[in-house]
Ligand binder design. Structure first.
Ligand code: GLC
Ligand code: CA
Length: 553
């Protein structure tokens, strides 16, 4: 049984295809992960979250699951998985799996049966509806572009619902079969030793009445979150599901992906404890500065910078409201967004920024979740062709940008700073041709110079990697687990907070978010726990651009 409580968890997110290739086919795999467990242990994490590893046609990199009970053959076998779990556990590392509960692949046997036969017992496991005025049932838009509706091949005036790609039909959670099957899948993996799940897109499992349209100026399908995100019924399904998971495994750890959840919903989704997520990931921390976005081009290919003021107030709200309730997930990047350094840091300041941002984020109250490669200071990398994005929306963006006179290089550079795919590249282990990730050309590759490799950073005491180790060591101290969070009132160029257990046991964290030198009166906090580009003298903290400092009394 796992001995970790939620608040002690330090998570490392692995995108399996890009972590480490063990058999020379250019695709990362389970054996690759097993081979590098010691590296993760030394980093100081204690929980590994794997993006989907199930059999999948890979329309959406594994989030389109065709068989929930088998490992995708490109990633390995069930024996490889069992070995990974056993070796991880032996090192004190827990494994949690992505749990895809909102949809299946269109290749899943249920959908195949439902598609071929209107009377199939699996028909009602998906969502179907009659069209309206010769078109789809309503004007709701898919997150992946176009309508959420796709024609039923058996009936030209009937449609099925897909919130993501059309090859990913949404499940009907009102159908008991769906609920029973999802529980069975979870049980199967718990029996294989997993310690918990990351619930993928769970906030979408309930939908509103389909006979409603979004108010809209154009005939285009519209994103319609009010009709398919965070409906009250989601909580009913969720609580029932998690309560049952707890019966199977009382100490299970549940990380819920709740991209658009606000703080009120975060409270709902994380209480009461035994039938809720331990923590939820919101995308709302990251307020966006859209001042550079050209309004006549699709936003998907245009970088947006982090809006510091907005970020600061969102973060404060989550820290305060979840005090005594649950632990927020603390993260900067994941597989669905550009890497943080590309959203925040000037290239030449990457290293200082990586360290400062780690200090800022992970020593707050909550569960740290580090996206693979972040510990090296990886940025999103520029992809070589439009096709590399594997996204029709980028093809469309590129076409429109070209018409406006953008050059090819500029299109690729901008789109790479904006799109999730450029944040999913192989991890560099050494300085050999394919960075020690593989000995052949990896499944996705960029010629752009990446960060210093793991081997180089290991032997450099000043590296981002060694800094992350120190941060994660501090993170395990009681004051950073239990301490109250107090944000100090400063200009937006500084981010200063205290973690407080009592008058004597407290720490002060000072981060300089600006390209200017900054000072901050630090009073009785004179003992330096960790610093980069900063020092203390005469009760003043002095921070170089993007410097950071952790002080104790
Ligand atoms: C989640 C995943 C994302 C995926 C989507 C559909 O948001 O993080 O990568 O595309 O769900 O499964
Ligand atoms: Ca491989």
């Amino acid at each position: 049984m796992s001995t970790l409580s939620a608040k002690e968890r330090i998570i490392y997110q692995i995108y399996p295809k890009s972590f480490k290739d063990s058999n020379g086919d250019g695709i990362g795999d389970l054996k690759g992960i097993t081979a590098k467990l010691k590296y993760l242990k030394q980093l100081g994490i204690n929980t590994i979250w794997l993006n989907p590893i199930y059999v999948s046609p890979q329309i959406d990199n594994g989030y389109d699951v065709a068989d929930y009970y088998q490992i995708d053959e490109k990633l390995g076998t069930m024996a490889d998985f069992d070995e990974l779990v056993a070796k991880a556990h032996a090192l004190g590392l827990d494994i949690i799996l992505d749990f895809v509960m909102n949809h299946t692949s269109d290749q899943h046997p249920w959908f195949q049966a439902a598609l071929k036969d209107k009377d199939s017992e699996f028909r009602n496991c998906y969502l179907w509806h009659q069209g309206k005025n010769g078109g789809p049932p309503n004007n709701w838009g898919s997150f992946f572009g176009g309508s959420v509706w796709q024609k039923d091949p058996l009936d030209s005036n009937n449609y099925y619902f897909h919130l993501f790609a059309k090859e990913m039909p949404d499940l009907n959670w009102a159908e008991p079969k769906v609920q029973v099957e999802m529980l069975k899948i979870a049980k199967f993996w718990l029996e294989h030793g997993v310690d918990g799940f990351r619930l993928d897109a769970f906030i979408h499992i309930a939908k509103a009445d389909f006979e409603q349209d979004m108010l809209a100026k154009s005939a285009e399908p519209q994103i319609a979150e009010m009709f398919y995100a965070n409906l009250p019924q989601v909580q009913v399904y969720l609580k029932e599901f998690i309560a049952q998971l707890h019966q199977i495994k009382p100490d299970i750890f549940i990380l819920g992906e709740a991209a658009s959840a606000d703080i009120d919903l975060a409270v709902d989704y994380t209480t009461p404890k035994k039938e809720s997520c331990d923590t939820v990931v919101t995308f709302r921390y990251f307020a966006e500065d859209k001042s550079q976005v050209e309004s006549d081009l699709p936003q998907i290919g245009q970088p947006v910078k982090l809006d510091i003021l907005g970020f600061r107030s969102n973060m404060l709200e989550w820290q305060k409201r979840l005090e005594g309730v649950s632990y927020p997930t603390l993260y900067w990047s994941n597989h669905d967004m550009p890497r943080i350094l590309s959203r925040f840091a000037p290239k030449k300041e990457s290293k200082a920024c990586a360290k400062m941002l780690a200090t800022l984020m992970y020593l707050q109250r909550g569960i740290a979740c580090i996206y693979y490669g972040e510990e090296l200071g990886m940025r999103s990398q520029t992809l070589g062709t439009v096709a590399d994005f594997e996204d029709p929306q980028i093809v469309d963006f590129a076409k429109q940008a070209k018409q406006k006179g953008w050059r090819d290089g500029e299109i690729l550079r901008k789109a790479s700073q904006a799109h999730k795919m450029a944040a999913r590249l192989p991890l560099p282990f050494d300085t050999t041709a394919y960075a020690g990730f593989s000995n052949v050309q990896p499944w996705k590759w960029s010629k752009e110079k990446n960060v210093a490799s793991i081997a180089e950073q290991m032997s450099d005491p000043d590296s981002v990697l060694n800094f992350y180790r120190q941060i994660l060591q501090l993170k395990q101290k009681p004051v950073f687990i239990e301490g109250r969070f107090i944000l100090e009132n400063t200009s937006s160029e500084l981010y200063v907070y205290r973690r407080v257990i009592d008058e004597h046991k407290q720490v002060l964290v000072i981060c300089n978010l600006s390209e200017h030198e900054k000072s901050y009166p630090c009073g009785a906090f004179t003992k330096v726990l960790l610093s980069q580009n900063a020092k203390v003298s005469a009760a003043q903290a002095k921070l170089a651009p993007y410097g950071s400092l952790i002080l104790q009394k």
